[in-house]
Design a protein. Structure first.
Length: 240
């Protein structure tokens, strides 16, 4: 995705994309305007890359009885900050840091594991400043009982979004839609390393990368990432 290519370039220059001017740069790109939060946005669904973003957005849209304007898929804390300031319902997606970082590096091999964790820390430390203005959806619950997450959104914000019934048929419909969009973007080809759904190939690649987590500088980043992750709620691997 072009968003991720821009993010890598920004990170390589030592700048953090979650702040200006990069956010405003996206506003100038017509293909990304629908992803950005604005005054018309009805809900923000946002998180670090590979934290269930695509599943959460597709399942949410599938469950609604009518079209809902959703800001999404920029992986930038500025989305959360603006939503908080404007009082827009926000669902922040969170995944265990090592799982999210490994998944992103598998998706984007040009991103070092160290840089991935730095981005994780930057994203969630900034988002954590607005904890009271959002609902956190942990990866495990989003992918197993998303309806409960959306009910928390409705309770907190007084909204009436339709819940997602986490049945086998509904989940299949979500993954079918994800695959359909993915293939349309990749010339009809299914790339199991890239598609936003589980695959045996990705599992093997992540296992091969786990040795990179043992470097001392990486261990320090993991400790910091786990601390900010724990600040959002349940620990023990996000057991709920």
């Amino acid at each position: 995705m072009e968003v991720l290519r821009w993010q890598r370039a920004a990170q390589g220059n030592g700048r953090y994309i979650g702040r200006h001017p990069f956010y405003n740069f996206y506003r100038l790109r017509p293909s990304y305007r629908d992803l950005l939060v604005d005054r018309r946005t009805q809900i923000v669904i946002e998180g670090f890359p590979r934290s269930g973003n695509t599943f959460a957005v597709v399942a949410f849209q599938q469950a609604q009885r009518e079209s809902v304007r959703v800001a999404r898929h920029l992986h930038m804390p500025e989305q959360v900050i603006r939503a908080a300031k404007w009082g827009i319902p926000t669902l922040l997606l969170a995944r265990k840091p090592t799982d999210a970082a490994l998944s992103w590096v598998t998706r984007e091999p040009g991103v070092p594991i160290r840089q991935s964790l730095k981005h994780y820390v930057s994203f969630y430390e900034k988002a954590a400043e607005y904890r009271d203005a959002l609902v956190v959806g942990f990866f495990e619950e989003v992918t197993r009982d998303y309806g409960a997450v959306l009910e928390r959104v409705n309770v907190k914000f007084g909204t009436g979004f339709s819940s997602f019934v986490h049945s086998e048929d509904n989940v299949k419909c979500v993954f079918d839609r994800i695959e359909e969009v993915h293939c349309a973007m990749h010339g009809g080809r299914l790339d199991e390393k890239v598609i936003a759904q589980p695959s045996a190939i990705k599992a093997r690649l992540k296992d091969a990368l786990r040795r990179d987590l043992e470097a001392p500088e990486v261990r320090k980043l993991i400790t910091r990432a786990e601390a900010v992750d724990d600040s959002f709620g349940p620990t023990e691997g996000h057991a709920l």
